[in-house]
Ligand binder design. Sequence first.
Ligand code: NAG
Ligand code: NAG
Length: 527
Amino acid sequence: MITKYCLWATSAMVLLVIQPEPSESAHILAVHPYASHSHNNLYGPIIKALTRRGHTFTVITSQPVNSPPSNYKQINTSNIFEDHHKVFNSMDKDMGVLRLFAKVMHMTDDICRKTLFHPEVQKLIHPSKSSERFDLILMTNFFGECLYGFSHVYKVPMILLSPAGPFPTTYSAIGTIVLPSAVANPVMGFDDRMTFWQRIINSLSTIGFTVFYKGFVLPNMYSIMKEAFGEDIPDIKELEKYISLAMVNHHFSLNGAHPLGPNLIEIGGIHVNPPKNLPKDLQDFMNGAGEDGVIYFSMGSILRSANFPLETRNAFIAAFSELKQRVLWKWEGENPLPGQTNNVRLEKWLPQQDLLAHPNVKIFITHGGLNSFQEAATRGVPLIGIPFFADQIGNVQRAMNLKVAVKLDCKNLTKLNILNAINEILNDPSYSINMKNIQSIIADQRDHPLDRAVYWIEYVLRNKGAKHLRPAAADLKWYQLYMVDIFFVMIVIPNLALICIGYIILKFIKKRCQSKKKTEDSSKKEQ
Ligand SMILES: *[C@@H]1O[C@H](CO)[C@@H](O)[C@H](O)[C@H]1NC(C)=O
Ligand SMILES: *[C@@H]1O[C@H](CO)[C@@H](O)[C@H](O)[C@H]1NC(C)=O
């Protein structure tokens, strides 16, 4: 398995080298003011690879890099994003849909406004004659519509980058037809093969989200965009015509088979690199676990385990104290913890990808973030998922459907439940076998996701926006696309006409009968 992985990784690197040289180096504007650390796992490798190939960048980003290369200019908006980041940092277990929607509205409003009125960004919105020009825009597909105005200012194509996988609005922007009867909304936690009731709930939630987004979020974004770019900026539906491609952080090997037009490119796993050697002391800790193995525990970069309630923390410590296995816990708080046993080791930061590649790792306890799920699958490690919100719920459900994970309810983290979940995976080899199968499917790709991303971005540059990739579906109105108008003309109108004709005939017959009766009656009277 490992050799197979290495082979794939080396051939991926070879491919990167033998890709045709770009004919001209382009000047690219990248806009991702919502980037958290995990989102940057998508943007970072792409921008790095393109700068290495000689393209120059201007980047509006909440994740600025230290000491950027000379062909990389950045506008640092990290302070704008930071306040909102904290909102999601809180472990709010019972955030209702309405409160979540309100938070999303508030976040998009604030970030759009502050980003667009940032003095450096204003210079890009109102370029002077001597200002730099751009050839392409890499645009976030995470509440980024208020920023689409750049494509109109510079009259250049846009490529959407979607770090959280595709949204329903991603599909509609690029004309991919996806029906809620066959594709589960990621936050609902259903499998794509749904029962009748699940299809009802999935349809209602997908339509509900779309109506909320198009009815409330987008009009608000558009009004902010008009303030920033001027009254004559076209509406968002019109600006969507600048979109050449969408690149999404999904791959069918892990996320399932979904409709893919030529303008939807899956680049899931782009951030996963061939494993590097671990630091010596960590390597010794892993090796020292022997046959029993190691349980790796991390709740990701946003959701910090230090925010766990005390009783939850104690439940984990109590459960771990009864294990033969060693436990490596990414923990940002006090160290050591009261009651912590010798088999447990706490670290503020850990090289997760490299660690998961160690053969002694038996289980990864995770919040179910997309990047963590991809890393675990690429390394073949089964999961215990503790999802809190958003796509984590869907990722963990997906992993359970694939039988590579056990779920723990974040509201019910008791010692007994934690131990049961661990023992379930340790005692049933099918979890590990299933994940190893997925690992080999992921490894069996013609090209590395990063090569794929670079190829398609340069394809758009070479082909002047590659307008030929855009399906007609992208420019139809919803009632045209879903054939409501055709249904109306072909079914509703003829049926109405039939009913009318039937009614008139009935009336006519009735009248004839009545008048006949009348003549009969009157003739009777006369007799
Ligand atoms: C970006 O801005 C923040 C806050 O203004 C600052 O703390 C940080 O050092 C800056 N980062 C870089 C790389 O310039
Ligand atoms: C918590 O987990 C236990 C054991 O699995 C279960 O019996 C109980 O119903 C759960 N409680 C809640 C509130 O979900």
